[in-house]
Design a binder for this molecule. Sequence first.
Ligand SMILES: Cc1ncc(COP(=O)(O)O)c(C=O)c1O
Length: 379
Amino acid sequence: MGFSTECIHAGQEPEPVTGAVTYPIFQTSTYVQPELGRHKGYEYARTKNPTRGVLEAALAALERGKHGHCFASGMSAIDVVFRMLQSGDHVIAGENMYGGSYRLFSRVLEKFGLQFTYVDTSNVDAVRGALRDNTKIVYLETPTNPMMTITDIAACAEVAHAKGALVVVDNTFCSPYLQRPIELGADIVVHSTTKFLNGHSDSVGGAVISNSDEVAEKIGFLQNAVGAILSPFDSWLVLRGTKTLAVRMEQHDATGRAVAAFLEEHPKVRKLYYPGSLSHRQHELAKRQQKGFGGMVAFDVGSLENARTVLESVRLCTLAESLGGVETLISHPATMTHASVLPETRARLGITDGLVRISVGLEETEDIIADLDQALSKI
Ligand SMILES: Cc1ncc(COP(=O)(O)O)c(C=O)c1O
């Protein structure tokens, strides 16, 4: 079936008891057992919930994986992946990624004896060079937040697999509509469902999708053992969101390209970071690896003062953290999403005080551009 059809139907049979076409919210903490040791596959709602189960099956299908598990946030999904490891294991991670992921690795997981090496994963030789005998995971984010750097997933999977390491890809920025890492050789995909998958800025959640029964068994065990599960209501919201994923992503992509083209020509914009632009150093790789370029755009206006002017002058765009919703969100990575990254690292990566990030929403393209134009004119 085509992707749009799967968004609406994969894993989503009508509910068998009532025939409800929209799968219901099973708001229960437990399930009756007619006799000791006999039940209908559901014992306790941390372990299994039907609404969550339908979402997990749907997300697995969309990412071309076999198994899905949903969590209370993107961070709890990422955290659980690393709980498969043990003290002394080594991880290679991208030097530019969502600041919260870096915070989890450097300030939480390292305390438990996991070793992290941060490299520019867009350079496959750097990944190869960092591999050790105890490397268990190569963790990729592509495109990266916020610099929009692309990593060649297939090439990294080849070098990682040669050493027996798993490849984990955070696919939050693209969603499976634009990029399917498992088809490119990744072992595990993680998501902040908070973003494009839910798409409406009204739920926080996360997902882990894998193709291996062995990995899925470990993640399922940890989901129950640790307990950071996605609630039935949030599962239902994300299910509703994913039904329109294809049409939303098409529009995010179309408007994202138009906004990026406008920004690139604007005299107040010093530098644009958008993989769809011919000036992006990895445009060809992005074209090959992704179905489109999406709605995430970053641009540099040269100074904190200029960035502040833009961020405080917009009227339609909303100054807020997060991304992937129907409304255009604008943010300042250095003080918001990436405040937990060391200032010298931020400077090296290009996350300057003048960098502004936009999650292009689904408003009229002309309205978004007009708003940015009037805000930039105030510089
Ligand atoms: C790329 C990426 N991964 C993971 C996360 C964390 O997700 P959550 O906020 O749902 O915990 C975010 C949040 O912004 C993100 O941008």
